[in-house]
Each structure stands twice: as C-alpha cells, then as structure tokens.
Design a protein around this ligand. Structure first.
Ligand code: NDP
Ligand code: GDR
Length: 336
C-alpha cells in the first residue's frame, strides 16, 4: 500500500450512498474499507463492480457491535470515517422503533468513541448522515426553506434517533475537538435507490406497466412535498465537508420542492403512459402514523463554503431513474 494513500471507513457500504461514495473515494485514490453486516442472502449488487479493486476492502460488522468497530479502527487507522449505516426507512421505523433507534443512536456513539480513541495520535475526520426528516412536521420560516439553524421537530422514531446522533456528533466536536461534520441531507435518490422508497417504487412501476408486467401502483399520501436530488451529487458534498479545516453542519439540498403527484406527472409523461391516475390506487397501508408534509432545503452554506452545486434537479433525476428501470426490465425480458 502507498503510505500517502488516505484510508476511509464507510459504514453501510452496500447501501445507495455507500456505493456512490466508495466509487468517488476510489477515483480520488483512497483505500476504502467498506463495512457491511452479514445477511443470509447476498445484497452486494450495488458494489459488486468494486470488488476486484485492490484498494477496496470489505469487513463484516454491525451497528449494534462496538467490538468490531474498534478492531477495524485498530487494523486500518482510518483518516476519514463516513457513518452511513441505518435502518433508513421512515415508515418501517414505526414498526421497529427499538431496533431503528438502537442502531442509529448506539451505532453513532460507538463510532464517535472509536474516533475519540484513535484521535489523540492520529487525526481522524468523521461524517454523520443527518437527515431533513429531523425538521419533522414544522414548516420553514424562510421562503428559501430549512437552514442549519431551523428548529428540529422530529415526528418518527427514525427522525428522533437521527436528532440524537446529530446532537451527539456536535457534542463530540465541541467537547473533544474532533473534526466531525453533520450533513443534513434532503431526500436523494438514484437508479440504485431502494425499491420501497416512493421515487423508485414509481419508476419501477412505470417501467413494469410499460412492459405489461404490472397493472396498478398502490401508494399512500401523494400530497407530501420533498426536495429531491441525486445521490451521486450528494456524496460529493459529504467528501467536501471532510476536506474543510474544521468540522461543521451543512444542509445539502436542491432548493426546489415537489409533491409526489408532480413526481408521478414527470415519470408517467416521460414513459409515455398518459395520465398516471389510470394506474395509481390509494392504499391506506402506505400512510404513516405521523407524516412530514413539506421539505425544502436552503443549501447556501454548502454552496458558499464547500463550492458544492447539484447537477440534477427532480426532472433529470426522475428521467434517469425511469430510463434505468426501463432498460433493466427490457433486458430481463430478453433474458427470459
Ligand atoms: P440505504 O438504506 O440504502 O443503506 C443503509 C445501509 O445501512 C445499508 O448498507 C444497510 O445494510 C446498513 N445497515 C442498516 N442497519 C444496519 C445495522 N444494524 N448494522 C450495520 N449496517 C446496517 O440508505 P442510504 O444509502 O439512502 O442512506 C445512507 C444514510 O443517509 C442513512 O443513514 C440514511 O438514514 C441517511 N440519509 C439518507 C437520505 C436519503 O434520501 N437517501 C437523506 C438523509 C439521510 P443492509 O443492506 O444489510 O440493510
Ligand atoms: P422519506 O422517503 O420518508 O422522505 O425518507 P420515502 O420515499 O419513503 O417517502 C417520501 C414520501 O412519499 C410518501 N409516500 C410513500 N412512501 C413510500 N415509501 N411508499 C409509498 O407507497 C408511499 N406513498 C406515499 C411518504 O408518506 C412520504 O411523505 C427518505 C429516507 O431516505 C430517509 O432515510 C431520509 O432520511 C429521508 O428521505 C430524508
């Protein structure tokens, strides 16, 4: 190994963001240590193409297990740690509140303690995946949307746990001088987005309807508004945060908000399927005990301090997700 090479540890490496961040860091010449939990079925589809790269190393771990985190830190002495792992589905967090909270809260604390332990001899920078869900059911007071100073009003077990992890990261930054940053990322999607999140559910359904493989799409609340960007753009912001002289908090968002209806309009028009109302059925099973009605982020600080800019807006994002799902389904049909 080249001694000048930086080492980054990524938790949740096989998730959407973990896969894009690994690609970015490998392209920048990092050694990437990807942490993945053991599952009974193989779920490395997003990172299989990285496995042959000698600078990409995988280790098993779990957010609930501090000993494996400490062993990994001792073995690799990371320069940067990106904590991306979480049970990240908001609706599921109402069904699994204890599991979701324990992983996010204790997992974050375990990592911060591991950074604190190695930091006196070896400066290690830390990234925390904070979320726009932390703003909950409040509305922004500014027209430009929520900013880093807006009050946090979480309304799901997932969001409450993310607030804990956010404050704990700030606390370790203040108390121990750790270079720790919180990226308050608004919704970001991609062709690699999990299939149960609303955008991917919609693009997959449109592609299947187009190929005659699905007749209807069942959804919950269509009135919620989200500030949707592309995950590939957002992992760049994560990296930029850790290149700054000091740790800080940054909103990462496009600055545009759209309803689920508008996302449906975009995808079904692009797929040339006519009016989506022909296919979409309301299903109360997809409603949540509490809803986050409106998200819009003001990323002025990230734009000014990090020089970050998103390349994708909702329209370009929706089209790229649909194209990818359409191609995947078309090739599967050829195969069978
Ligand atoms: P994904 O759900 O795609 O990936 C989450 C990752 O965490 C997966 O690798 C998953 O493993 C892993 N994980 C879950 N539970 C555990 C556990 N107990 N131990 C170890 N690993 C675990 O999420 P994203 O990539 O979309 O998001 C990355 C992070 O950013 C998450 O923390 C999310 O909460 C946060 N975030 C995401 C936003 C978004 O819009 N995407 C916006 C704001 C914040 P497995 O595959 O085995 O389940
Ligand atoms: P979100 O994303 O909860 O914002 O969390 P999701 O795509 O799950 O929901 C967005 C909005 O769509 C509404 N909705 C549905 N959602 C899903 N999943 N399935 C449906 O059938 C459906 N019908 C309507 C929801 O009610 C909601 O209003 C994501 C995750 O990535 C979090 O980890 C992250 O922190 C936040 O984004 C920012």
């Amino acid at each position: 190994m080249n001694m000048d090479m930086k080492t980054a540890v990524i938790t949740g490496v096989n998730g959407q963001d973990g896969s894009y961040l690994s690609e970015l860091l490998l392209a920048k010449g990092y050694r990437v240590v990807g942490l993945k939990r053991r599952t009974s079925t193989i779920n490395t589809g997003r990172i299989d193409h990285l496995m042959p790269n000698p600078n990409f190393v995988m280790r098993y771990y779990d957010l609930h297990d501090a000993s494996c985190i400490n062993r990994t830190f001792d073995e690799f002495r990371p320069d940067e740690v990106y904590n991306l792992a979480a049970q990240s589905h908001v609706a599921v967090s109402f069904e699994l509140p204890e599991y979701t909270s324990d992983g996010i809260c204790r997992g974050t604390l375990n990592l911060l303690e591991a950074v604190r332990r190695v930091s006196p001899s070896h400066e290690c920078r830390y990234y925390q995946a904070s979320s726009s869900e932390m703003y909950g059911d409040s509305l922004p007071t500014e027209e430009t949307g929520f900013n880093e100073k807006s009050p946090l009003c979480p309304v799901s077990p997932y969001a409450v746990a993310k607030v804990y992890a956010h404050h704990m990261t700030q606390t370790y930054r203040k108390a121990y001088g750790i270079h720790a940053s919180c990226g308050i990322l608004f919704n970001h999607e991609s062709p690699r987005r999990g299939e149960t999140f609303v955008t991917r559910k919609i693009t997959m359904a449109a592609a299947k309807i187009r190929h005659g493989l699905q007749k209807e799409l069942r959804l919950g609340n269509l009135d919620a508004r989200r500030d949707w960007g592309h995950a590939k753009d957002y992992v760049e912001a994560m990296w930029l945060m850790l290149q700054q002289p000091k740790g800080d908090d940054y909103i990462v968002a496009t600055g545009q908000t759209h309803s689920i209806r508008e996302f449906l309009d975009e995808v079904f028009a692009y797929a040339d399927l006519g009016d989506w109302k022909q296919y979409v059925r309301f299903d109360a099973r997809f409603l949540r005990a509490n809803e986050v009605p409106f998200l819009l982020g003001d990323s002025t600080k990230a734009r000014q301090t990090l020089g970050w800019r998103p390349k994708y807006d909702m329209r370009k994002l929706a089209q790229s997700m649909y194209r990818s799902d359409q191609a995947m389904i078309a090739s599967a049909q050829v195969a069978y």
